[in-house]
Structures are given as structure tokens and as C-alpha cells.
Design a protein around this ligand. Sequence first.
Ligand code: SAM
Length: 316
Amino acid sequence: MKRDSVPGFRLNPDTLRCSKPIDRSFRLGLFRAVQLQRTFLKWAGGKTKLVSVIRGLVPTDAKRLIEPFVGSGAVAINLDFPAAILADGNADLMGVYRELQRGGKRFMAQCERLFTPDANSAVVYYERRAEFNTTTNRRRKAALFVYLNRHGYNGLCRYNSRGGFNVPFGRYKAPGFPAAPMAVFHDRLARCELQAADFRPIIAAAGPGDFVYCDPPYVPASATANFTAYSKTAFGPIEQADLAKACRDAALRGACAVISNHDNSTTRALYAGADERHELLVGRRISCRPGGRTAVPELIVVYRPRRQKRGAASAA
Ligand SMILES: C[S@@+](CC[C@H](N)C(=O)[O-])C[C@H]1O[C@@H](n2cnc3c(N)ncnc32)[C@H](O)[C@@H]1O
């Protein structure tokens, strides 16, 4: 099917801006045209593939990006906002961004020194993992996080019940130091406020002119699937419901809020009241089959800003 023949969907090839709500499923191949900036961290659920779609949903008058689940920053680094609040519940991750923001080239050099060929061994990896779990030196911990992210299994970020990082060695041939994407991210951080926090207070700060992009841990794709990783605390049905409400409230205060998640009966019920619902098929790696890929149905919902009378209170 040709791009412009997808029913209900028109695409401006220059900006890949959606000219009307996407009301049909379509293949991601449509969006390959734009050169995207890579992230320097590997992160489960990274959103590089959805950047073009998300970019098309940004209101023209949006002035600030708020990303409460920033992860590797795939969206933040590819959207050009004059200001941003980047936040995540994972304090180790935000510690890396903070050290990069403060230390710049000095911090990058400290990270790069950990990427020697002899450090790509299980012995060194487990020594450094143990050091990461005990050190109180924030800069050293952040540098070790970058090393573990690139040398650990699948770039996972997983903790045991005591909060210890417990991802096994990844057995990569030669993990390279991500100098170029790290330098780009450092430049971008000059315009960003960083917060290691739960999503609720972060979204509560959104108002007119803000574009809130939420990429939470997804609801399980099916009754048998269950994904948890990034942090020491769970993200269950209460968090999913609180997120939907926080985004509705943000729109009532004048912000635009966009959320991505699996497309299933749970999320359709959760977001039944959204202003737009976009259905997508996204190519994803299947963890149980090396090199295996499948197209996963995803949902992007949008709450458009409500113009409020001055002094009106936020309603649910
Ligand atoms: C799907 S990932 C985001 C991926 C990101 N969009 C990217 O491109 O890399 C979900 C993120 O939510 C964070 N998270 C989990 N629970 C949270 C909470 N209660 N508040 C804020 N962030 C949370 C995780 O640490 C993780 O980084």
C-alpha cells in the first residue's frame, strides 16, 4: 500500500506531521524517512521508532517538554524544545544524566576509561557490578552505570528485592563507548531540568504551553505476559489509573498530554475518554527468540489542552 493511500491518514513527507488523527493501524515502515538521533544508553521499551509519530502530535504552540518516564531519552533527544523537564523514577538513571549535565567532557572521559578491551569480561563485569551496588561516590556510580548498561545482558536494568542491580554479563564482542550520542545528549541537557521522582508530582507541574509525553512501563500485553524491570517498585493497575487521571487533569490545566502503551482491552478502557486514539503496529524484538521480531499493536492517546477560565479549579 502506498503511503498516501492509507485510508484516513495523510502524511506530509517533509515533517512527517500527521495532518489528522491516525484512525487506522499502519506499518512503521512509513516513518523510516527521518534521520533520528541515537541514545547513548540502551533501554527496554526505547521509543526511537515512535518519535516521528509523537512529533506529529506536538501542538505548534508548545514551549516545554515534560517527560516523566524519560528512560534513555529517545523522545527528548529527537524533539527540539527550548526547555524540558526530564524525569524518571529510576534514581540511578537520573544520576547519570545529572553527572553528565554537571561534568560534561570530564564525566564522559571517566566513563570512556571503563570501556577497555580487558573490561569486557565476566570477571571485571561482576567486580564492577558489586562496586556499583556499594559505592557512595555519585560520579563513580554514574560512570559504572554507563559501563554496566553497555556490557550487561541486553542493556537491561533490573534490581533484586534488596535494590541491588542484578543484570548478568552480556557477552558482547566489543561494546563500543557511545561518545557521539553522549555528547549530543550533554548539549541537550543544558536546556533541561532533571528530576528523579515519581510521575505524579512531575505531571502535576504541567500547565499551558507544556507538552507531556508519557511512556510508562506498559500494562501486560496479555494475561500471561508480565514485564517489570527498570526500578525497585512495581507499576501496577493503580499507577496506570493514576497516570490516566494525571494526564486528564494536566489537559484541564491547559497542557497537552500524550501516552503510549500496549493496545489491548485494558488500555482501551483506561483511555476511553481521550481526545485521540492512534493505533500502531510497532516492530519489536522478541526476548525468547534471538534476532526474532514481531509487530506489536500499540496505542498512543492524546489529551488536548482545555482552555480554562482564569481561577477555575482542576476537575477529574
Ligand atoms: C518504557 S520505559 C521509558 C522508555 C523511554 N521512553 C525511552 O525511550 O527510553 C518506562 C520508564 O518508566 C520509569 N518508571 C517506572 N516507574 C515509574 C514511576 N512510578 N514514576 C516515574 N518513572 C517510572 C522506568 O524507570 C523507565 O525508565
